[in-house]
Design a protein around this ligand. Sequence first.
Ligand code: UT7
Length: 330
Amino acid sequence: MRAAITSVAGYLPDDVLTNADLEKMVDTNDEWIRSRTGIEERRILKDPTKATSDMGAEAVKTLLEKRGIDATEIDLIIVATVTADMHFPSTANLIAHKVGAVNSWGYDLSAACSGFIFALTTGAKFIESGQYKKVVIVGADKMSSIIDYTDRTTCILFGDGAAAVLLEPSENHGIIDHKLHVDGNGANFLRQKAGGSLFPPTHETVDNKEHVIWQDGQPVFKAAVKGMADVSYDIMQRNDLAPDDVAWLVPHQANLRIIDATQRRMGLPAEKVMINIQKYGNTTAATIPLCLRDWESQLKAGDNIILAAFGGGFTWGAVYLQWAYDTPQS
Ligand code: UT7
């Protein structure tokens, strides 16, 4: 028994933050951002009363509508996020409440930009064991809540968004393999330092801007290029997949140059790579399911798909799955 994705949906806030807007906020320019990252614009959740769970709940509602099932049928909700509404209760708790998933339990999983593939792998196990029939995996992040919009090295990169997939049992298709990694030394290069139990929030931590993302870009870039390319190549090798066998690469959208390096290492042509970084920037846990949502109409049952990510922690990995359904053309 395999766990197959049987529906996908996403939610993006309406407000757009363009490179031209950022030029007015920090010392940057459209040409630099496009050529170094591939990003043209990103979405921002401006409503101060809304948070990650609201975006996640919208994605889950659309997901259930598309699949034609009721929220009460959900067994489990796993939310990958680094921007939980609160330290507790978990975002999964809040989403379950907001969508009416009264028979579900759930939890959050923290693996930054690899969060979705870590959560997908984890959720699949509950289906493969035969215990559950419907598991919802959400990738959602309100990155604007942890960005310093005076820091040009980070504020140009990130955007807000959410997406969700439904996992159900399948005898033919679904998740086949995964290769996941963590390296805690990555905390020296990419982190949100304060606000946790090591550095609880104080006036000083806020004054020092330690409650927002800090990144030493170049070492992260080097580790990401190597980590994502190597793990994607490795998962092809151990599943005897030649480039012709792979229908799609779904890469985490952090930087177009990291995606290009992964594509080259896998020997794939550009048309097999899903790229929407220009529209949304890096939405952390939401990038991969948002790609699946944007490309859903082109996917066919039996397509071999590799999902690949690299993120803060460090965390990285790849998942190999076979797509389970043809989307009816509307
Ligand atoms: O998804 C989570 C994992 N994160 C990642 O995968 C991100 C990995 N890192 C990156 O994508 C890249 O390192 C960045 C996009 C963050 C930066 O690109 P880079 O090519 O590594 O640039 P850099 O940091 O080496 O900076 C080059 C120059 C510097 O100026 P000098 O020292 O050469 O005069 C920076 O100060 O670009 C300057 N710079 C900027 N200029 C205009 C840095 N940020 C900006 C900016 N606009 N926003």
